[in-house]
Design a protein around this ligand. Structure first.
Ligand SMILES: Nc1ncnc2c1ncn2[C@@H]1O[C@H](COP(=O)(O)OP(=O)(O)OP(=O)(O)O)[C@@H](O)[C@H]1O
Length: 298
């Protein structure tokens, strides 16, 4: 990995924490020497969670597929450098991206362009990098990968509120963040920290997805294994949009493990409908958020 040129970009206009055009506009450099990264990407979304294991990567993967199925151009960055799961979930464990003189070419499967640290290092090698190296790797995923034109670029963040999340929130002009949680009290407690982190760095929160909401028994009754409506109640009390509930479904887990996303293997199931509905709600919230931002700027 080489050093990134992003810091020097902003160093020239004394903005290390570039937040897209606004940052450059405020330093009076309309024609900064380097263009901001991801200029050809329309909407940039971070998928975040407070706790690990709540299904953030699973949702990010199925969201990317659901958006690609609408005909959108989609990219997905696995920003979980310490525990990359996108290679497994896309069935690309041995795949390596092409490296050209200028760029790293993202892998592409099922209409989604992909980048993960898992494509660049041996699968069983632990990443032991410290903070600055991690930030550089993320910045390279942003500025040295040939994403070209995309409608949506999704960041699958690591759980919690560490270096990686903060680097992304400050480097990338995020349209907004999606918060994934289970209904369980301990998950909700952690998720408030993620919400306050995004608020501190002025990243709009598109809404909350409740995953593992219930398990449907063969007789049709619902077993609320992790508690009842915790994510929905959390969203309401925080004044956030509720994007939907996704049930516990064995096939969702199997899809993740065997590398065929659930949305592709079970397109017509009730769970797929729930994921599709959450996806449409994400798209709707993006339009609203961007309209609000436009109003503020004009
Ligand atoms: N709705 C669901 N039904 C059944 N299993 C699920 C569901 N959502 C996620 N899982 C399974 O739960 C486990 C954790 O999911 P996932 O890896 O997506 O979580 P995560 O929040 O991204 O975790 P981490 O950030 O710690 O990597 C996986 O084995 C996944 O297949």
């Amino acid at each position: 990995m080489t050093t990134n040129h992003d810091e020097s970009t902003h160093a020239s206009c004394s903005h290390n924490q570039g937040n897209g055009e606004a940052a450059h506009a405020s330093c009076g450099h309309h024609h900064c020497e380097h263009e901001r990264p991801l200029q050809q990407v329309k909407h940039i979304i971070a998928v975040a969670s407070g706790k690990g294991g709540v299904g953030k990567s699973t949702f990010a993967v199925n969201l990317s597929i659901a958006l690609a199925q609408t005909g959108a151009k989609v990219g997905l960055i696995d920003a979980d450098l310490y525990g990359p799961s996108i290679p497994t979930m896309f069935g690309l464990l041995d795949a390596k991206p092409e490296v050209t003189e200028k760029h790293l070419v993202p892998l592409e499967k099922w209409g989604v362009k992909l980048m993960s640290i898992g494509f660049l290092i041996e699968t069983d090698t632990a990443v032991i990098w410290r903070g600055p190296m991690v930030s550089n790797a993320i910045k390279q995923f942003i500025s040295e990968v040939d994403w070209s034109e995309l409608d949506y670029l999704i960041f699958d963040l690591p759980p919690g509120t560490g270096d990686i999340q903060i680097t992304i929130a400050q480097t990338v002009p995020l349209t907004g963040a999606i918060i994934v949680t289970t209904p369980q009290d301990v998950a909700i407690a952690d998720v408030s920290k993620a919400v306050s982190m995004f608020r501190k760095v002025n990243v709009p929160i598109l809404g909350v997805v409740e995953n593992m909401s219930y398990y449907e028994l063969p007789d049709g009754t619902k077993d609320y294994i992790f508690g009842h409506h915790g994510g929905e109640i959390f969203a309401r009390t925080q004044g956030l949009s509720f994007l939907g509930s996704i049930p516990i479904d064995r096939a969702v887990r199997e899809g993740g493990d065997n590398g065929t996303p659930y949305m592709l293997s079970h397109p017509d199931s009730a769970t797929s409908k729930a994921i599709n509905q959450a996806t449409m709600e994400v798209a709707r919230r993006i339009s609203i958020t961007e309209a609000e931002r436009g109003n503020k700027q004009s």
